[in-house]
Every structure is written in C-alpha cells, then in structure tokens.
Design a protein around this ligand. Structure first.
Ligand code: AQP
Length: 351
C-alpha cells in the first residue's frame, strides 16, 4: 500500500487555502493509502518570536480541524510533529548532505527573510530540510500540498536523490564493482523513497480576498484577506461583502479577472460543481447577486465541519488519545527509517 504524509503549520487560523489545497485531499487519500498527517509545530517556530500559549492552542486546534474535516483516526495516523523525535534527528543528518545554496534559492525563504530582516533564523533557512525529513521518514510516495509548497517538494526529491547517491546501494551496482555500501544492506537499493507531490487541479492555489494575484495566507496581517475554516457565518458574510471586485458585469473565469476567477473557484470547491455548472448558475450574475450566493455556499460547506470541531473540542480526552495513538504508530515507522539512515551512513550501533 502506498504511503501519504502531509502537515499544516499551527501558525494561526486554518483558512480555505489550507483546507482546499491540502486538508481536503488528506481525507480523499486516506481510503486507499497508509496515511500520516501531522501538525508541524517544529516548523511553526521558524517564523520567530512565537507565543508559547498560541503555539499550544493552535496545535490542538489544527489537529481538531483535520478530524472535523473528515480525517479518520481509524484510517490515518494523526500526530504532532514534535512528539516524534526522529524528525529533528533526520533533519540534522540531511542537513549534512544538503548544499546551503539549494536552500538560499527557495522562494519562500527569500520572501520571509526579506520580511524578517536581521532577525531571520537559521531555522527559517533550514525549514525545507525539516520538511524533507518529515516526508522521507515515512517513506511517503505521495505528499498532498498546495502549489506554494511544490518547490520545497522538489527540494525534498533532490535531497533524497543526493542521499541515495551518496549512501544508497544503487551506485555500487551501477559501477559494477564488488564494493559494498557501508552496511551491505542497501546493496542495489535506495535508502530513501523519492516522493511525488499531489496537488489538486482546483484549490491548489486559493487567492486572497483582497488581492486576486496573491495567495490566501495565514501570515497576511489583513484578517479580511482570508476566510478561516472556523469563521462564523456573519464574519464570512462581512469578508465576502468587502472583498475586492472589478467593474465588469457578469461572472467568468477569465485570467484577466483574478478576483472573479478566484471566487468562482471557491464556489466550485464549496458546491462540488464543475466549472460548466458554476457558469450555468452564475455567469449572468452581477457582483451584488453573486456575493450573497457565494456566502451561502461557503457557510453551508463549513457548517458541518464547525459543528464536528465543537464536538471534538468538548469531548474530554478524545483529542489527546487520538494524538497519542498517532504518535505511537508514527514513532514506529520513523525510528525504523532513522535507524536505516544511520546504518547507511556508517554510525556505530549502540550495544
Ligand atoms: N492559498 C493557498 N491555496 C492552496 N493551498 C495552500 N496552502 C497554503 N496556502 C494555500 C497549503 O496548505 C498547507 C499547509 O500550509 P502551511 O501551514 O505549511 O503554510 P504555508 O504553505 O506557508 O501557507 P500559509 O498557511 O498561508 O502560511 P504563510 O502565511 O506562512 O504562507 C500546505 O500544503 C500549503 O501548500
């Protein structure tokens, strides 16, 4: 059975971009894959100056949203990244095979480093190596992510390839020599699986409500730029009412109209309709008619998720037990991969 791994950072409220770009696909993929979904709290502290109280709250909230959105603890291991020490260990081992120039080229690092100025941490630069460790620890074949993470996923593939080339067994086979790789166990084999990204056709890049050319993002200081999964119907209505529009009558997916295209895509994602069906229903609408219609479908889509979220948060001990069960399974798999990596690199076994 193929493996899937993914995670969201507990850095703020989960928005429709995180939900449609990633979490909804966690639910789809859990039926036919062995799935590992974590809340990546170690990533969350790379932003610098986090509040410990908010990190704790946000970590629990994020895990509860996974479950409320339909991730099932019977089908997937749901856990907190820092509950599996192997993420940090593998990150260190991979740091030592990852050229610094690869990391300095990452768009997200350049953008976030520009905003953070002199306070930018080593952790922010190292973010993609930790992400590579998250994925490679579980030998994941598929990684459901939004488009903004595709560059990091490419880097994960490069790091895995470089590691396999340096310490895996395939190179010995290719050279045709009788040499053995350090442990001999990896002869003719790769140590790490090179994963593929899984990005949805619609929803891979949900845009901001206030600028159709910028992605919806947790770190945008303008709260009105995003719809959060836990926003109340009134807040959703206000945000949609105030969102950016254009002066053209009627609705279409034209690239020249990024706001209209984004909001129609949101309509499509919330209703499950095809583009054609959405156009049949909305093409003749003016903004004043379309906005309340969009509000209604967003509110209806989020209502059952919000109700389930409340149930989960009110059930004493439930969330902790799911996270504990997930951490046990995740540790089993992760420790084995980490042991293989140490073995391939030639570390002495503890007696
Ligand atoms: N706007 C988006 N559209 C589609 N997918 C998105 N994702 C994020 N924004 C969008 C996907 O959500 C998953 C979790 O994201 P993350 O928590 O790792 O943070 P991020 O990618 O840096 O995006 P955020 O949440 O908006 O935070 P900031 O403000 O820091 O950029 C990932 O799979 C991501 O692709």
């Amino acid at each position: 059975m193929k493996r899937v791994l993914s995670g969201v950072q507990p850095t703020g409220s989960i928005h429709l971009g995180n939900y449609f770009g990633a979490i909804q696909n966690y639910v789809k993929l859990q039926d036919e894959h062995e799935a590992f979904y974590c809340v990546v709290d170690l990533h969350a502290i790379t932003a610098g100056g986090h509040s410990p109280k908010e990190l704790e709250e946000s970590t629990r909230k994020s895990a509860a949203i996974y479950l409320a959105a339909g991730v099932s603890p019977e089908k997937a291991s749901v856990f907190v990244q820092s509950h599996v020490a192997a993420h940090s260990e593998l990150c260190w081992l991979l740091n030592c095979v990852s050229p610094i120039g690869w990391l300095e080229k990452m768009i997200q690092f350049k953008e976030k480093a520009r905003k953070q100025g002199e306070d930018v941490s080593v952790g922010l630069l190292d973010y993609p190596v930790l992400m590579a460790a998250d994925i490679l620890l579980y030998n994941a074949d598929l990684v459901p992510v939004g488009e903004d993470q595709r560059q990091h996923l490419e880097l994960t593939r490069d790091i895995a390839g470089r590691f396999n080339n340096l310490y895996g067994g395939n190179k010995w086979k290719k050279r045709g020599k009788n040499e053995k790789s350090p442990s001999g166990r990896f002869r003719g084999k790769d140590v790490l699986i090179v994963p593929e990204a899984f990005t949805p056709k619609s929803g891979g890049r949900v845009m901001s409500l206030t600028d159709g050319s910028a992605k919806m993002s947790k770190s945008n200081p303008a709260e009105g730029s995003r719809i959060n999964v836990l926003d109340s119907p009134d807040v959703i209505a206000q945000k949609i009412k105030r969102c950016k529009t254009d002066a053209i009558e009627g609705m279409n997916y034209d690239d020249e109209r990024p706001e209209a295209k984004n909001l129609l895509t949101m309509y499509e994602l919330c209703t499950g309709m095809s583009r054609e069906e959405v156009l049949n229903e909305c093409a003749s609408m003016r903004w004043g008619e379309f906005k309340p219609a969009l509000t209604e479908v967003v509110v209806d889509h989020l209502k059952p998720i919000q109700e389930k979220y409340e149930e989960i948060m009110n059930e004493e001990g439930y969330l902790d037990s799911v996270l504990e069960q997930g951490a046990v399974r995740a540790n089993e798999v992760a420790e084995k991969t980490c042991a293989d990596v140490r073995d391939a690199m030639g570390f002495v076994h503890r007696k």
